[in-house]
Design a protein around this ligand. Structure first.
Ligand SMILES: Cc1cc2nc3c(=O)[nH]c(=O)nc-3n(C[C@H](O)[C@H](O)[C@H](O)COP(=O)(O)OP(=O)(O)OC[C@H]3O[C@@H](n4cnc5c(N)ncnc54)[C@H](O)[C@@H]3O)c2cc1C
Length: 266
């Protein structure tokens, strides 16, 4: 199928993007990697597409104090090329380079696919999502931004400006593991771990669930204390936060165990 007819604008800055977005039937487009298929299938029928992919202020990667600010329209490929550590690994593991060349971190957060990488990874980082709209700005913890499958706290007239990622200390340890049937496909189970004792951070998160990624805080405390954790405990941690069938539970438990093993090798 083909999309319904729509108008198109590519505003030069955030202010004009927000005023364009205020129009009836307006919708943002960044990389178009998720919106493109949705338009073709007519799952969405905007009257106006507001293209934010060329707004320079939305494409920054900038150190500010103890955080790294990544503009919402920054592509996965740019993060893969210009960042390091878990950010680099997560970006490089998304789909194929052609998708990464266009897909953006803000688009991924706004689209809120349960299996997407950034909602999981940014929750593990303890990152914040900076949103701008007619009523001004909001700073939302990444773990509270996505509230369900394809559902976020974002209002219709709001856009994501940037994500703020606290920079881990030099001693921080992390793990990131996902099961994909084929390279480049969305995962069927995923997990992320960030341990940063200097910053009192111990985050263990599972993804590719039925809704938003979920934190496993009790398990995180045990991991931080270097407890011996057996397979049953990983399965119990997943079962405590998600209602999954036996196969999915096992896959998530194994993904979790492998992410923990990367962070804290036994
Ligand atoms: C073949 C294929 C494989 C993929 N595999 C993976 C994978 O393994 N892991 C993964 O995480 N992702 C995967 N993706 C998704 C991809 O990584 C993109 O991140 C994702 O499609 C959305 O980013 P985008 O910039 O293309 O957003 P778009 O498609 O342009 O927009 C998506 C939605 O977000 C909204 N939006 C965009 N930017 C903003 C903003 N700044 N503020 C508010 N709303 C905004 C749009 O209005 C739209 O509703 C895959 C995509 C494809 C096509």
């Amino acid at each position: 199928m083909k999309p319904v007819a729509f108008d198109y604008t590519a505003p030069p800055d955030v202010k004009s993007a927000l005023s364009a977005l205020a129009a009836e039937g307006a919708k943002l487009i960044a990389g178009g990697q998720s919106l493109g298929p949705m338009l073709n299938l007519r799952l969405t029928r905007p009257r106006l597409l507001v293209d934010i992919s060329r707004i320079d202020a939305l494409r920054i990667i900038e150190r500010r104090g103890d955080s790294l600010w990544i503009g919402a329209a920054t592509t996965h490929a740019r993060i893969e090329d210009d960042c390091d550590g878990m950010l680099q690994t997560v970006a490089a593991g998304i789909a194929y380079r052609s998708v990464r060349n266009r897909g953006t971190i803000g688009g991924s957060m706004a689209h809120a696919d349960p299996a997407a990488d950034w909602p999981l990874a940014l929750t593990a980082f303890g990152a914040f999502i900076h949103v701008h709209g007619p009523a001004g700005g909001r700073r939302i913890p990444a773990g509270e931004f996505m509230v369900g499958a394809f559902t976020t706290t974002l209002g219709d007239a709001e856009l994501i400006e940037a994500v703020e990622v606290p920079v881990p200390s030099a001693d921080a340890r992390w793990g990131y593991y996902k099961f994909c049937r084929k390279t480049g496909e969305f995962p069927e189970a995923s997990a992320a771990v960030l341990l940063d004792p200097k910053r009192r951070v111990a985050n263990v998160v599972v993804g590719a669930l039925n809704g938003a990624p979920r934190r496993c805080d009790d398990l995180a405390q045990r991991v931080a204390q270097r407890d011996q954790i057996d397979a049953n405990a990983f399965a119990a941690a997943v079962a405590a936060v998600a209602d999954l069938d036996a196969l999915a539970l096992r896959m998530h438990a194994v993904a979790l165990a492998r992410a923990v093993e990367q962070a804290v090798p036994s």
